[in-house]
Structures are given as C-alpha cells and as structure tokens.
Design a protein around this ligand. Structure first.
Ligand SMILES: Nc1ncnc2c1ncn2[C@@H]1O[C@H](COP(=O)(O)OP(=O)(O)OP(=O)(O)O)[C@@H](O)[C@H]1O
Ligand SMILES: [Mg+2]
Length: 308
C-alpha cells in the first residue's frame, strides 16, 4: 500500500507537464490529501525498534517494531493482556524498554532528561483506558484544566480555546453542565476535548470505545479521524474493536502475547489468510491464541492424577 502511494506521488510531475493550465501542486486549490511519509518527512513520528519490555523478569513485549508516519492514524489491536497499553506507556516515557528503543519526533524517549521528557509529554494527548473526568469540575473546567496547568494564557483566551475544543466535539452547548449530567458518550467526547486542549502533535487513545453504544461509538471513531486531520496530528489508537477501527485508520498492527504478529492496511488485514489475524478479526474462540491462560492442567487442578 505504501509503495502504491509512493508511485502515485511520483507520477504527479509528469501529469502536471501534460496540462500547463493546471495549478501548481502547492496552490490552495489542490485537493487536500493526508500527508504521506514522502510528502512531509521521511522520518516517522513514532518508531519502535526491537523493543523488549519485562516487569521484573516476566517478559511482556518482545521484538516490537512499529512505525507511525506523521499525519496517520495507526491502530494497535490485540487481545486483553497482549501488551497494548504497555506499548503506549513506552511511547509516553512512563516505562523504559529493557532493550531496543522508542523514538518520538526524532528523540530517543528513554535518553531524554526530566525536562525534555516533560516538554515532549506536553505535546502528547492521551485518552486513558479508564480515563475519567474530574467529577467536581464542570465540562468547561475539565477542558480548561490542561490549559491552566501548562500555559499562562489569560482567561479570555482560555475561554475561546475551551469553546473551540468543545465545538470540535459537538458539545459547546454543554460547557456549563456538571459531569453527572453527561451520558457515557458525551463524557468520552469531553475527555477527547480535554486531550486535544494543548493541540498535541501525537494523540494516543487507549480503548476509547469501551462501554459505548454503537451510535456513540461511531461518533467517537469519526471524531478521532477528523480531529487528527484537522489538527495535523498523528494518532495511535489501541483497541480490540475491529469494526469501529478498520474504517478510520490508515494502518494496523496486531499484537499477541507481546509480539507483533501481523501488520497491514485495513484492506490487507481484512483479506489476510493468516490464522491468527482471522481469529482476531472474526472473533473466533479457537485459533492460534489459546483461550486458557497458561497454567497447570485442569486434571491436575482437580487432583485427578494428571501428569505434572
Ligand atoms: N504494573 C504491572 N506489573 C506487572 N505486570 C503488569 C503490570 N501492568 C501490566 N502487567 C501485565 O503486562 C501484560 C500486558 O498488559 P497490558 O496492560 O499492556 O495489556 P493490554 O493489551 O493493554 O490489555 P487490555 O486489553 O486488557 O487493556 C499483562 O499480562 C499484564 O498482566
Ligand atoms: Mg490495555
């Protein structure tokens, strides 16, 4: 797929020569398309190279390689406990790889000093897996919080920015509501507005669809795509919701047991014949990923004299 895009880009100059009346590529009338690696920078915004991670001696991630090109929305999918949130924590610098490296915007995250890591984190927006709003603050104050915390903008500017962010998620009218007055889908949208308050270059979403009805889920999925493109950001979406994410992302990585087992465009993933990908995409209980957590045999646990 990437190769296809590169070919399209290369064929453009020839096409231009054929029609002298056509405006130059940089003209404002050029049809907007998502920037690809070759347009913006050859360097991906986020790159994981042979990353390993272990809690104490328990290996969690092994040999993770991943590239997130600028401007794209990339999904990390995989079953529960496969290591998805751990990957986000490594990118955010909350965890340090035991081997390999994670780079963000050209910097190796675990080599940054405290101040540089803080500055980098300010440019990352994160929607946490169970991210809750501050229940004692209004919708407005929730979105204003990161602006008050990280900037010295005056009150009038904060107000304009908060309303802009709330408008982007369709909730400008709900600014003065308390969090108790929000539905689950609205609360998620407020959390989204809060996460983009500082105009992040990188957005990370950890299971943003959990507990939403199909309509709210579709709204959030479309918002993730639209906000990414409108902000000129880059997004990483961790989810096990195949249906919602394949429609909005540019590229997919599938993790199982701490390894990247497959990657491709949504079309490639849908068409994959790999048993593991098929098991995941079609939600089959039987397949390469075992249903049971590893442990003693059932017979042993029931003292039925199974082999040790
Ligand atoms: N603080 C911790 N200490 C020890 N082990 C942990 C810790 N946090 C996570 N783990 C383990 O690391 C593995 C990967 O966890 P992680 O949270 O990355 O999975 P996940 O893919 O995000 O799962 P889910 O879809 O359920 O959120 C799991 O086996 C988990 O038990
Ligand atoms: Mg998780």
């Amino acid at each position: 797929m990437r190769r296809n895009r590169a070919n399209i880009a290369q064929s453009k100059p020839g096409h231009k020569q054929a029609s002298a009346a056509e405006p130059p590529a940089e003209s404002p009338v050029t049809i907007r398309r998502y920037p690809s690696e070759s347009d913006v920078s050859p360097e991906p915004l986020v790159e994981l190279t042979d990353v390993q991670f272990a809690y104490d001696l328990r290996p969690i991630l092994t040999g993770i390689r991943m590239r997130v090109p600028r401007g794209k929305v990339v999904a990390i999918m995989g079953g529960s406990g496969s290591g998805k949130t751990t990957i986000l924590r490594l990118i955010g610098g909350q965890l340090r790889p035991t081997a390999g490296q994670v780079s963000v915007n050209g910097a190796v995250v675990h080599q940054l000093d405290h101040d540089a890591l803080y500055r980098l984190r300010r440019r990352m927006g994160m929607l946490f897996q169970f991210g809750a709003l501050f229940t004692d603050l209004t919708v407005f104050e929730n979105v204003a919080f990161p602006l008050r915390e990280h900037t010295r903008l005056d009150e009038a500017l904060i107000r304009d920015l908060v309303l802009l962010k709330l408008n982007a998620v369709g909730l400008r009218g709900a600014a003065q509501l308390s969090t108790g007055e929000l539905s689950g889908g609205m609360a998620r949208r407020v959390a989204l507005a809060r996460a983009i308050a500082l105009d992040p270059m990188l957005m990370m979403y950890d299971e943003p669809f959990t507990g939403l009805d199909p309509i709210s889920l579709g709204v959030i999925a479309n918002l993730i795509r639209r906000l990414n493109d409108a902000l000129g950001a880059t997004s990483i979406l961790v989810t096990h919701d195949v249906g919602a994410s394949l429609g909005i992302v540019d590229y997919v990585y599938i993790v199982a047991d701490g390894r990247m087992v497959a990657e491709g465009t949504p079309d490639e993933i849908r068409a994959s014949r790999e048993p593991l990908v098929r098991q995941f995409i079609h939600g089959e209980a039987d397949g390469p990923v075992a249903f049971h957590y590893p442990g003693r045999s059932y017979a042993q646990d029931l003292d039925l004299g199974g082999h040790p």
